[in-house]
Design a binder for this molecule. Structure first.
Ligand code: PEP
Length: 257
């Protein structure tokens, strides 16, 4: 069963108290989720335990971290390992977000190391890919995204790839208010799915969850989720407001399987 997911990426926002209020607001909305729909709340590291405590009795609600270390353990001051995330029952981890690629110089090679460690410790990975504006303008976005996948998740085994959710996040759409059109999103999502099919076969590809990210909001979520190959969204700004994120979850629930 291909899962549809609304994932919140809080980035470096909110205090613990604000974050707890936000989660409580989402839970209070009491949106009913079928078995194939999930909500993932990716909080800053210090809030993961509190978030887990609030979500643990709510089926279909999961916690996620926004990063993890590329080394197992040891003298890496300030880093948080995949094993640590597992020890506080974190379910997902975002790897390869464009902000980490851009501001922290994370390469495909490093991201693959992180992905392998995350899976070793039982975490599901939301693996981000997506092109900058100049690449889109040159119409080279498909080959750009393909390279990001070829050097990372496409090297995994068929068993491992089941733990991966891909998030297509065109950089020009992140935090800019310029959402990709449904056609633009669908085109790249279909391309990603066909790439996965070539590498892992049709069954794996048809089960894979591919999220869209980049200025997803309540007023564009329905049309994005209506696209055949868009299985939900990774949401930044709009995930910080109870009403907006709840509205996006509702659109996910209303979208066709
Ligand atoms: C993101 O950072 O993953 C994201 C999609 O941000 P926004 O929704 O704010 O564009």
């Amino acid at each position: 069963m291909r899962k549809k997911i609304a994932a919140a990426n809080w980035k470096m926002n909110l205090t613990l108290e604000q974050g707890e209020k936000l989660i409580q607001g989402i839970l209070d909305a009491d949106v009913k989720l079928e078995d194939d729909r999930e909500v993932v709340v990716c909080t800053p590291f210090p809030y993961l335990m509190a978030a887990k405590e609030m979500l643990k009795d709510h089926a279909h609600f999961f916690t996620g971290a926004q990063n993890c270390a590329s080394e197992k353990s040891g003298a890496y001051t300030g880093e948080v390992s995949a094993e640590m995330l597992q020890s506080v029952q974190t379910d997902f981890v975002i790897i390869g977000h464009s902000e980490r690629r851009q501001y922290f110089n994370e390469t495909n090679e490093l991201l693959l190391k992180k992905t392998l460690l995350a899976m070793e410790y039982g975490l599901k990975v939301i693996f981000c890919c997506g092109e900058p504006l100049e690449i889109r303008k040159e119409n080279k976005h498909e080959e750009y995204v393909q390279k990001q996948l070829v050097e990372t998740v496409a090297t995994l085994s068929a068993d491992q790839i089941e733990n991966i959710v891909i998030a297509y996040e065109p950089i020009w759409a992140i935090g800019t208010g310029h959402t990709a059109t449904p056609q633009q999103a669908q085109e790249v999502h279909a391309f990603i799915r066909s790439h996965i099919a070539k590498r892992f076969g049709n069954d794996v590809a048809s089960q894979m969850t591919i999220l869209y990210g980049g200025s997803c909001k309540p007023d564009n979520a329905a049309e994005l989720f209506a696209c055949e190959d868009v299985d939900g969204a990774l949401v930044g700004g709009a995930s910080l407001k109870v009403n907006d994120f709840t509205a996006i979850i509702r659109e996910l629930v209303n979208s066709k399987s």
